[in-house]
Ligand binder design. Structure first.
Ligand code: COA
Length: 334
């Protein structure tokens, strides 16, 4: 690699891999479980089916390992050369004990700095910024960033307002110093702590420790004020994307692809309209996976990888619990 060592290294995504469980939970299946129907779910969310890891052995860590191994095998990468393993998740295998060290050990990266990052649906985007900064610092050379969530482990399948949205999945990217001029250009991020009251798992944290009453009341399941979250999501995915275009002097027609967090097709459509890009440039797979939280954007990268060419301009944008949000600009590396 030829670069001026006095300049920070530009980081780039150089490989992707993914894993989704085999089991499909369709809208028709959900209609047997709660008072809903296929037409309502499709028209209000764009979701047709989602994947569920039914095997109790297949927790978030297992899915993350599968995604990582698919990446390593595809590019024939020696896992001992990975010096950071970063798992973005809100559904770690254990509340206490990060999932990343387990994943790193299992894939053969026992020498890596391994930790979890919790930024809900923005987790992958925040992880990409973190990974890129680690590369730019010159202190790290190969960061394996994984977005993985077993949302079915915190979803109440008697609550029709949440159980229709979420699915399970994992996807991984390798972040390395770019060997050309393309890679991670930068991001615009934001937060608003009001989100902790509008979208959360109420009990089980230090604020409201778990007890028998909270269990009986279902306070260990994910809850949200859907309509309010919807408005925040549209507002901030759109405004951060527009701020990003402004910062990098980009017009909407210079963008090749937009990869939005897959929470609701109507959120994606409203964001697209605000940014002003054509529909065919906005990548979606929400119909088949639903909202897989930290896995949505890397799953898009994996599903559409063959479509990208070197130098393509990609905008990634997400919104999630916290609230957290942001948009990142990538020039595709390979
Ligand atoms: N099936 C049928 N009816 C349903 C339903 C379901 N699964 N869920 C809710 N409804 C009903 C409501 O009870 C309500 O009925 P009412 O008018 O008689 O009171 C009606 O549909 C409208 O409810 P509302 O909550 O306003 O629906 P919505 O259009 O906002 O869609 C969400 C609900 C959850 C799909 C939507 O708000 C959403 O996607 N929010 C963002 C969620 C999100 O992104 N979360 C993750 C953060 S990244």
């Amino acid at each position: 690699m030829n670069r001026d060592r006095s300049l920070p290294a530009k980081a780039a995504i150089t490989a992707v891999g993914s894993y989704v469980p085999e089991d499909i939970l369709s809208n028709q299946d959900l209609a047997q479980m709660v008072d809903t129907n296929d037409e309502w779910i499709r028209s209000r969310t764009g979701i047709v089916e989602r994947r569920i890891a039914r095997n109790p052995e297949h927790a978030t860590g297992y899915m993350a390992i599968q995604a990582a191994q698919s990446l390593l095998q595809k590019k024939n990468i020696d896992p001992t050369t990975i010096d950071v393993v970063l798992v973005a998740t809100i559904t770690p295998d254990y509340t206490v004990s990060p999932t990343a060290p387990y994943v790193a050990t299992e894939i053969g990266a026992g020498g890596a700095l391994a930790f979890d990052l919790q930024a809900a649906c923005s987790g992958f985007l925040y992880g990409l910024s973190t990974a890129s900064a680690m590369i730019a610092s010159g202190l790290h050379q190969r960061v394996l960033l994984i977005g993985a969530d077993k949302m079915s482990s915190i979803v109440d399948y008697s609550d029709r307002s949440t159980c229709i949205i979420f699915g399970d999945g994992a996807a991984a990217v390798l972040v390395e110093p770019s060997d050309n001029q393309w890679g991670y250009e930068g991001g615009v991020f934001g937060n608003n702590g009001i989100g902790s009251q509008l979208l959360n798992v109420p009990h089980g944290g230090s604020r409201q420790p778990f007890n028998a009453d909270s269990y009986a009341a279902g306070q260990h399941y994910i809850q949200q004020e859907g309509r309010t979250v919807f408005k925040y999501a549209v507002n901030h995915m759109a405004s951060s994307s527009l701020a990003l275009l402004d910062r990098y002097n980009l017009t909407a027609d210079q963008i090749n692809y937009v990869l939005p967090h897959q929470a609701n097709k109507r959120i994606i459509d409203a964001t697209r309209e605000a940014i002003g890009v054509e529909e065919e440039k906005v990548l979606t797979n929400i119909a088949h996976y639903g909202n897989t939280t930290a896995a949505t954007i890397p799953l898009l990268l994996s599903d559409f990888e063959q479509q990208f060419s070197p130098g393509d301009r990609l905008i990634l944008t997400a919104f999630g619990g916290g609230f957290t949000w942001g948009a990142a600009y990538i020039t595709w590396n390979y």
